[in-house]
Design a protein around this ligand. Structure first.
Ligand code: GDP
Length: 600
């Protein structure tokens, strides 16, 4: 049997915002170092192909210095296919059943800043999808005193740096090693690594000067060739891929941009992919690739091709793509029968991501399957239940779902939207019904904003409830301070323990109800409350001094059963030991006075 050819590994770039992902990718893509002479960089749709020859040419000084000519010769990969757009959202859409279409990733970390929130998010995504990665310790050109060696392998330029710069770089890189260890990753500067299967290589880079880029590309190639050979064996059967994006194009209607990870895709092929209202089976009308740069100047942007071999990025023009879902798998089929079989597989996969239940949980809408999956996974990790997860803009029926949830749990009656719009009638209904809609285009921020909102709302509700609940308190009517005997009675008191507020009911130690506090005053000023140790005047509606109440008497707040229970359970932490003691006294009094049929 003939040995299978290897395809190019698909490489994705992730990392925290502003750590230099775009700049680094642009640099790699623009590496037109003798582009023509060595094959050049081929532009795909959504991806750029850097041929082996270009990489070997760039890394020539490095290969020579390392005396690794054999290694270079042994590489059988055609090159590297870089996904053009960096970041989580795109990476999320490169989904492939529990794994990723990306074979490898570059985690870009600004070496001067270290690991940040989105670095962590990237690490989690890479771990969840089991994608091996290398670390680009980026922006090394910012280290003070550094001598710039544009385009140069970092291993060689390193030796030309002043000692202080070398020290600084090593220090920063080892800080990174330490930080990565906290996440359970064993990383090291790439030149110290003997077995790349055991350690994660760190490659110092600069996206501005290009230093370290040759090292980065060579390491990616080496790691892929040595350890991913099986995965990269090209099957020349029907194509398999993933829908990266869907786009509306004038004249062609809706088209899909697809990353192929295996097989061959031909014009006229029957393809199966996921759609908003069920699987789509259609026939390819045209396969488009970008024109080489020179031709674009003539005015044409795309050229039509007969076939595309994985790994590749290609635009597909076909009927019925209006409802195509980004993030959906795409398969080519040999016959209609096979297409229908594959459609079942596609449906199964999509239904594992979009779902509708009758659970009490938040409503989640996202622009693509990949982002929806990433968002739902993050919510799961945070223990936030999800009732409905779907792709598309927020509609009136989403608001109705949230209203239904709110009747069981007000904190979950919320809609979270990632990169989607709200339909006007949904917006009106949500405003009218007071259903919160939280929109964002960064996944972790969306989840954080929801959590923050719930926290604030809970705190507000807690304070409201605490205000409403009658506090346990014990007061003493001070002899000689009767200002008025009735309608209402006004007396001087001391709060012996707890807190009193206007509106609180009072009772005697024998359990008899005496009336409600109307007002609390001190030196002629009304007070919102009085607490242990305060001596104040209170007006009480109901009793007459000398009859139901007398100077010198002790009174308690008449805490209703429900409030007492709340106090002792949900809000027990709010009470001091003294207040708990008073509450126990109150409960004792109430137990004695309430009939046995309705025990307190
Ligand atoms: P992204 O958000 O990760 O894609 O970051 P960008 O590539 O947009 O870079 C953010 C900022 O950092 C821009 O102002 C870049 O010019 C700058 N930058 C990126 N890489 C480097 C680098 O290697 N060295 C220096 N000095 N600046 C860089």
């Amino acid at each position: 049997m003939a040995e299978k050819k290897l395809r190019s590994p698909i490489v994705s770039v992730l990392g925290h915002v502003d750590h230099g992902k775009t700049t680094l990718l642009d640099y790699i893509r623009k590496t037109r170092v003798a582009a023509k002479e060595y094959g050049g960089i081929t532009q795909h749709i959504g991806a750029s192909f850097v041929p082996l020859e270009v990489i070997l040419h760039m890394a020539k000084p490095l290969i020579e210095a390392l005396k690794r000519h054999k290694l270079a010769e042994s590489i059988k990969l055609p090159g590297l296919l870089f996904i053009d757009l960096p970041g989580h959202e795109v990476f999320s859409n490169l989904r492939r059943r529990g794994s990723s279409v990306a074979d490898l990733a570059i985690l870009v970390i600004d070496v001067n800043e270290g690991i940040k929130e989105q670095t962590i998010e990237s690490i989690e995504l890479l771990r969840a999808r089991r994608v091996p990665f290398v670390v680009a310790a980026n922006k090394i050109d910012l280290i003070p005193g550094r001598v710039s060696r544009p385009n140069y392998p970092v291993l060689l330029s390193y030796k030309q740096q002043p000692e202080r710069v070398r020290y600084e770089l090593e220090k920063r890189v080892y800080d990174l090693v330490g930080q990565l260890a906290e996440f359970g990753f064993d990383a090291d500067l790439y030149r110290n690594i003997k077995d790349f299967r055991k350690k994660i290589p760190i490659i110092p880079t600069s996206g501005v000067t290009g230093e370290g880029v040759p090292d980065l590309l060579l390491i990616l190639l080496g790691v892929a060739q040595r350890f991913m050979g099986d995965r990269l064996k090209l099957d020349l059967g029907p194509a398999k891929g993933v829908v990266l994006e869907t786009k509306k194009v004038e004249g062609a209607g809706r088209v899909i941009d697809v990353i192929l990870y295996d097989g061959i895709l031909r014009r006229n092929d029957l393809i199966v992919l996921g759609g908003k209202d069920g699987p789509i089976i259609t026939r390819i009308r045209a396969l488009l690739m970008p024109e080489p740069l020179e031709e674009i100047r003539v005015g044409r942007k795309f050229r039509s091709v007969e076939e595309v071999v994985a790994a590749a990025g290609v635009r597909i023009v076909a009927p019925n793509l209006e409802k195509a879902l980004a993030g959906s798998p795409l398969y080519a089929a040999k016959s209609m029968e096979e297409a229908q079989e594959l459609a079942k597989k596609v449906v199964e996969e999509i239904e594992s991501i979009t779902f509708k239940t009758d659970k009490v949980g938040v409503i989640v809408k996202a622009d693509t399957l990949g982002t929806l999956e990433a968002l739902v996974n993050m919510l799961k990790r945070e223990n936030i239940p999800v009732r409905l997860a779907d792709v598309g803009d927020i509609t009136k029926s989403d608001v109705f779902e949230a209203i239904a949830v709110r009747s069981s749990d007000k904190y979950l009656g919320v809609i979270l939207g990632f990169n989607v719009d709200v339909m006007p009638e949904a917006k009106r209904l949500a405003e009218y019904e007071n259903i919160p809609i939280i929109l964002d285009n960064i996944i972790y921020r969306l989840v954080e904003r929801y959590q923050e909102r719930v926290k604030q709302e809970r705190e507000r509700d807690r304070l409201e409830l605490l205000k409403r609940l009658v506090y346990p308190a014990k007061i003493k009517l001070l002899p000689g301070y009767v200002f008025r005997t009735r309608d209402p009675a006004i007396v001087g008191i001391e709060v012996l323990g707890g807190t009193i507020r206007p509106g609180y009911p009072l009772m005697r130690p024998d359990g008899k109800h005496v009336g409600e506090i109307l007002q609390i005053q001190s030196e002629g000023q009304p007070l919102e409350y009085a607490k242990a140790g305060d001596r104040v005047a209170i007006s009480i509606r109901g009793p007459t001094v000398g009859r139901q109440i007398r100077p010198g008497m002790i009174l308690y707040t008449d805490v209703p059963k429900r409030d007492a229970l709340e106090r002792l359970t949900t809000y027990s932490k709010e009470l001091s030991p003294d207040e708990k003691e008073i509450l126990r006294e109150i409960i004792k009094i109430k137990r004695k006075t309430v009939s046995k049929a309705r025990p307190y």
